[in-house]
Write a protein that binds this ligand. Structure first.
Ligand code: ATP
Length: 359
């Protein structure tokens, strides 16, 4: 049986001059999954992708693909094609020739090239368009040609570096769904680089969140969103409210914490904490409720300062007695519009304990 782990990165480090760009990257990626590298510009996502593809050699650590250590192999021997932002299609070549390019270089027989290119075209649903030139196709179609070019090589992993950033918002959404569909239908292993959190959450099986060259969290989109492990992840993904708290007691799953004048509350704690440690509780705007009859363990008085209509929800900006700001999303639009002094509540299972940033 093929090993489940397709890509294994062991303690990977990369330095450019005195810029330590990748720090102790340890990551295992399973076959057939869609993985996203997410993080702000300059955090090392592209550098790691290029190190996997073989365009960069790592300064320390090991890169294993399909059970083979590939540190010393050049890109063409690793079989990990990259699809770039601008697709890098040859403008003077037809779709067929663009897709056949890698096989031509490898001097494969003509009949085999014909068969494989047609197969790849069918996989990305472009059969019949092989005679067109890139400028005669939409952005989304060009994107699919770029995918077909990777598929035709029967590569174990396809690496995509912000491939949708040239498309307008609506087309981006369409192509996102298409790309994910192709990946799932064909059981491909895809690593996708983006700085767009929505893209990461909506497309991936797993998201890797980068923070200054290191991995802050690796998890499913749901875990990354609802159980951020660090202040950085909670802050980077979506909008959240932080509450300063002190740990009174803890075990491996829960902690009893106190915050402000409120009575101590038990919260989920998936990170290791110490008694007396100052921590943060993160609670998403949609997990807080305004003037709700059922209340919740967490409860605080605040005054509505302003609100914003966002289609399916109304976003409220509030301030408590200590001057702290709160963001709450209400979905009972049209029924109530909150003003003045209100009570904000949340049940304790919506409060997630996270460690404070060290820096
Ligand atoms: N070839 C290179 N030579 C020197 N420094 C580089 C090189 N490539 C990247 N860097 C530096 O490494 C750091 C990480 O860059 P990288 O492109 O990996 O970030 P990124 O997270 O992909 O950001 P972006 O989304 O902007 O591409 C940056 O400080 C960048 O300037």
């Amino acid at each position: 049986m093929e090993p489940q782990v397709l890509l294994d990165l062991k303690n990977v480090n990369k330095v450019f001059g005195n810029n330590h760009v990748l720090r102790d990257i340890n990551l295992q990626i399973e076959r057939g999954k869609f993985i996203t590298f997410l993080g702000p510009s300059g955090c090392g996502k592209t550098t790691l992708l290029r190190s996997i593809a073989g365009f960069y050699t790592v300064d320390e650590g090991e890169v294993w693909i399909d059970g083979k250590q590939v540190n010393d192999l050049p890109p063409y021997k690793r079989g990990t094609p990259m699809v770039f932002q601008e697709y890098a299609l040859f403008p003077h070549m037809t779709v067929f020739d663009n897709i056949a390019y890698g096989l031509d270089i490898k001097k494969r027989p003509e009949e085999e090239i014909e068969k494989r290119v047609k197969g790849a075209l069918a996989q990305v649903k472009l059969t019949g368009l092989e005679g067109r030139y890139p400028h005669e196709m939409s952005g989304g179609q060009q994107q699919r040609v770029a995918m077909a070019r990777a598929l035709v090589m029967n590569s174990p992993i396809i690496l995509l570096d912000e491939p949708l950033s040239n498309l307008d918002a609506k087309l981006r959404e369409e192509v996102r769904v298409e790309l994910r569909g192709i990946q799932q239908d064909l059981g491909l292993t895809v690593i996708y680089v983006t700085h767009d959190q929505l893209e990461a959450l909506s497309m991936s099986d797993y998201v890797v969140v980068f923070n200054k060259g290191a991995i802050d969290q690796y998890g499913t989109p749901h875990e990354i969103y609802y159980e951020p492990r660090t202040q950085y992840v909670a802050d980077f993904i979506g909008t959240t409210n932080f509450i300063e708290a002190t740990v009174l007691e803890h075990n491996e799953r829960e902690a009893l914490v106190s915050y402000g004048k409120e009575t101590p509350t038990k919260v989920l704690a998936k990170v290791l904490v110490n008694k007396g440690e100052q921590v943060l509780l993160s609670v998403r705007p949609e997990s807080l409720r305004i003037n709700h009859p059922d209340g919740g363990e967490f409860c605080i008085r605040a005054t509505v300062k302003s609100s914003m209509f966002l289609g399916e929800k109304e976003r409220y900006f509030l301030e408590d007695n200590a001057g702290k700001e709160w963001i709450v999303d209400a979905y009972d639009i049209g029924q109530t519009h909150y003003t003045g002094e209100v009570v904000i509540t949340a049940s304790a299972d919506k409060l997630h304990l996270i460690k404070k940033n060290n820096d």
